[in-house]
Design a protein around this ligand. Sequence first.
Ligand code: NAD
Length: 448
Amino acid sequence: MTDTYLNLVNTGFTKTLAQRLGLPRPAVLRRHRPGDPLVTGPVLVVHDAGSQAEADALAEQLLGWDLDVHRHGNRDDRFGAILVVLTGAQAPADLGAPLLTTGGVLRGLAPGGRVVTVSRAPGDAAPAVAAARQGIDGVLRSLAKELRRGATGNGIVLGDGVEIDAPSVAGTLRFLLSGRSAFVDGQLLTIGSGAGELPADWERPLEGQVAVVTGAARGIGAEIARTLARDGATVVAVDVPAAGDALAAVANEVHGSALQLDVTREDAAERITEHVRSRHGQLDLVIHNAGILRDKLLANMKPETWDPVLAVNVTAPLRITQALLDGDQLGTAPRVVCLASTSGIAGNRGQTNYAASKAGVIGMVRASASALEGAGGTINAVAPGFIETDMTARIPFATREVARRLNSLQQGGQPRDVAEAIAFLVSPQAGGVNGQVLRVCGQNMVGQ
Ligand code: NAD
């Protein structure tokens, strides 16, 4: 689905007109294309007084990626990204200097630029330390709302005992700097452990992995299949028999295989296991993407609009994941990602059924994290906001137009934005990210 308004305000005469009239002008986002530079200009690294060593380590990492790293900035400098290292903050007063330095160079941030904070989780820290650390959360979420021209602000939060050289710190930093995180904005992602490893090839981190993607015949699922295949995975595309032709087309396109299956079937996990074993030998990555809507106000809700939504969106992922774990059917570093939704976080009128299922997915992910960690893997949720797909094309025009502008980037995301976040979470470099919910919503102005 195309966003005509976004195209109009970025091209030709209508661009000039929109400028003259002072209309909101959502930017064309910087999205990853193989071979593109990681960022579009030099990277400034700033830090609080107590973070010198960790800032040095991250600057070294950036230099290792051939980036032009600066340790001081001036008002006239034009940076592609600003990395704000705040891991040493001991009290709220420590935040002022590095953040005001950041503010001083913000006007020169390139279109599609990035601000990334690195901080520590408040956890059981002393009150003053926890106040500083939690304060960073507020700064980041506010700063992201101030950025313009497709620039985003996101944060990396180190869990207790996680070192700055943990693979997932580098992996997350690279994801957030890149065009792969175009529609991730105002988010803080926690690295809970030093697990994971850096890939031999950053363009093909999933080489040799076998992935199952449910609901892969169209929309976000089809894009997940393409993106995982681009990153090196062999993809098993799953969808209902009625979507068989479209499913076969996607499977052929990604040189994977198609499995016609209703995921609500009791034997769904066995069918998946049999297919994978006979065709590909192993199963490493599972993406529970299949999902449906049956919107009704609760006052009008009937079992036929409530039950199927819960069955497809949450009961099927629960049952399939449990069966795969119980049957020891997953590889040595399994990765599971479930599709949640911002509706499951903030709620949405007419969607008690859908929100129950998507909030349920978040509960499932958090409660399954230790079991997956025990199996050498991870499970995470991705919560998309408004994404331009067949699902959202069915929303009435006026509601749709409001919904797609109600975020910091003033536009809907593309299916590939969700797919990129999932490709990151299933990658070896995200092994320290477990039990988390990553929103891909352009910093949707709803809820948290
Ligand atoms: P879509 O309706 O375009 O595609 C969903 C796919 O799932 C379809 O191909 C459908 O046939 C398949 N499917 C449905 N029931 C199934 C079943 N029982 N077994 C197997 N396959 C089944 O949806 P989409 O917009 O691409 O959304 C994909 C996921 O992202 C869903 O879980 C959705 O809830 C979630 N999501 C979407 C948005 C959005 O803005 N589009 C926002 C938040 C979350």
